[in-house]
Design a binder for this molecule. Structure first.
Ligand code: C5P
Length: 212
């Protein structure tokens, strides 16, 4: 299969030296790209800025901002049979980007933020028989929130994790997730290395592709 994976954070510039971003390390998405390539699939990885090596056999496309990631996904999605959106895309960006470094001054500074494009929503018209997998990083009730996102974003599967746990989510090598299928079924994977969760996910994608 041709599998398109996104990973890592995005950076939203405020000025030439400052940006807004998040704690995503890219590890989960990179583990998925590696597992998919190891299983013999053709893999393209659209990556935000991370400190990770490109997995063997993976074609990597580097981007910085949410808009650039949206453009790259749009450009590559028709190539793929499965899209895995593991990236932690920034939800807001500064409404204006200063061309010069903002000068420090006394008192407070108010930033105006605007929404970034919703990438999964933007590629929904291209879905057809493609398999779309999303992620939901939650700190509240991960199952309820993930089920809502699965339906709202028209996904085949959502991988939900509770990022408030110390052994799951951002910046750690392990994760504990729930795989929630559009058929309603839920599978819990207890704390495991991200590589193991990644290969379970690839197995799920292969099985779903066979059903089509
Ligand atoms: O941010 P949220 O929890 O809604 O993200 C759920 C899914 O949507 C993730 O798979 C993420 O990669 C994707 N996403 C997106 N475009 C955004 C924000 C998130 O496609 N602007």
């Amino acid at each position: 299969m041709n599998i398109l994976v996104t990973a890592g954070p995005t950076r939203e510039a405020l000025d030439p030296v400052r940006f807004l971003s998040n704690r995503s390390s890219g590890r989960m998405g990179y583990a998925i790209a590696a597992a998919a390539a190891q299983a013999g699939h053709a893999v393209r990885l659209i990556s935000g800025p991370v400190a990770l090596e490109t997995p063997a056999g993976v074609e990597r496309i580097d981007v910085v901002s949410a808009q650039a990631m949206a453009d790259a996904v749009q450009a590559h999605v028709t190539w793929c049979e499965a899209l895995v959106m593991a990236a932690a895309v920034a939800d807001w960006r500064p409404a204006t980007v200063s061309p010069a470094k903002l000068k420090k001054h006394a008192g407070t500074l108010t930033l105006e933020l605007e929404r970034t494009p919703d990438i999964l929503a933007s590629v929904q018209p291209l879905k057809g028989a493609r398999i779309y997998v999303g992620f939901a990083a939650e700190t509240g009730d991960p199952e309820a929130e993930a089920r809502r996102k699965l339906a709202a974003k028209g996904l085949d599967l959502i991988v939900a994790n509770d990022v408030s746990r110390p052994d799951a989510g951002f910046e750690v090598a392990t994760n504990a997730v729930m795989l929630i299928d559009s058929d309603g079924s839920l599978r819990q994977i207890e704390t495991a290395p991200k590589a193991e969760i990644a290969s379970e996910l690839v197995t799920w994608i292969e099985a779903r592709a066979k059903q089509a």
